[in-house]
Design a protein around this ligand. Structure first.
Ligand SMILES: Nc1nc(=O)c2c([nH]1)NC[C@@H]1CN(c3ccc(C(=O)N[C@@H](CCC(=O)O)C(=O)O)cc3)C=[N+]21
Ligand SMILES: [Mg+2]
Length: 287
């Protein structure tokens, strides 16, 4: 292995210790950071993520509430709860776990969250603010990736960055953050003609495709920083374990630095959710 391992668990632990100190200081002045997480349905992966988020809050000294709805919940009921949380002074962040069941209009739900409490950064107002270079909340996964890149060291200015994936949650905001950091950014996707041509030019390569082990060593420039956003559960007959969008074994021999799965981007996503909730609470307390 030649690549340096970018350890998301270690960085998350360091950042969360600082958040805990800040949360306790804020609580001593009467404002304990509070997060509400809404989960609709019984998707087992979503249940794990939501439980991890709630546990992370408790460990950092945040208040949290978890609201569970059955898969056949009426959208109006969830929207009424969001309105209630928008007005609740003990809640500084509201997260509705995605995906939602088919009877929901996801955009309508995201727009119902107060932009001041939209700690996912998915509300149109916050997406627009990010585009303009005036962000209120950075979307947690791309925000976590920027922290990992900071940890990798070296300036981002003038670097070639390639993002594979163009989702609203990861690919698009990721490209915007890299652009703001001074990278020359290329966004690749399923219709990209010659993917390898682009990825082999990347000093920084971010994979958010949702296909297990999609990025292989031959697609990577020697010395590149490779960030794996993928979380794929392999079928039971292949061991049932988690794997990323990057073929770790071949890429680690070529890259200069690489994130593992698990233990890379995932724990940083939750960490930046805490960061946004804490920031929101600090703002609410007038700091
Ligand atoms: N409104 C909304 N906001 C989200 O931020 C959001 C969402 N919906 N829907 C689903 C995705 C996925 N996501 C993850 C968070 C943590 C890990 C994580 O902690 N992963 C661990 C492994 C966890 C495991 O064992 O399954 C790791 O990579 O080390 C993964 C994935 C947040 N998401
Ligand atoms: Mg895509």
């Amino acid at each position: 292995m030649t690549a340096k391992l970018l350890d998301g668990n270690a960085l998350a632990k360091k950042l969360r210790a600082d958040f805990k100190t800040r949360a306790e200081a804020l609580a001593a002045q009467g404002t304990r950071p509070g997060l509400a997480v809404i989960l609709v349905g019984e998707n087992p992966a979503s249940q794990v993520y939501v439980r991890n988020k709630v546990n992370a809050c408790a460990e950092a000294g945040f208040h949290s509430v978890k609201l569970d709805y059955p898969a056949d919940a009426a959208p109006a009921e969830v929207l009424a709860k969001i309105a209630e949380l928008n007005a609740d002074p003990a809640i500084h962040g509201i997260l509705v776990q995605l995906p939602l069941p088919p009877q929901f209009d996801e955009d309508a739900v995201l727009e119902a969250i107060s932009p001041e409490k939209d700690v996912d950064g998915f509300h149109a107002e916050n997406v627009g603010a990010l585009m303009q270079g005036n962000p209120r909340f950075l979307p947690c996964t791309p925000y976590g990736v920027m922290k990992l890149l900071e940890e990798a060291g070296g300036s981002l200015k003038g670097k070639e960055a390639v993002v594979i994936g163009r989702s609203n949650i990861v690919g698009k905001p990721m490209a915007m953050l890299l652009l703001h950091a001074g990278c020359t950014v290329t966004v690749c996707h399923s219709q990209t003609a010659d993917l390898g041509f682009h990825t082999r030019r990347a000093d920084i390569l971010v994979a958010a495709v949702g296909r297990p082990r999609f990025v292989t060593g031959d697609m990577v420039k020697p010395g590149a920083v490779v960030i794996d956003v993928g979380i794929n559960r392999l079928p039971a007959e292949q061991g049932g374990k988690l794997c990323g969008d990057v073929d770790f074994d071949s890429v680690k021999e070529v890259a200069g630095a690489i994130t593992p799965v698990p233990g890379g981007v995932g724990p940083m996503t939750i960490t930046m959710l805490l960061a946004n909730t804490l920031e929101s609470a600090e703002r609410a307390a007038g700091q």
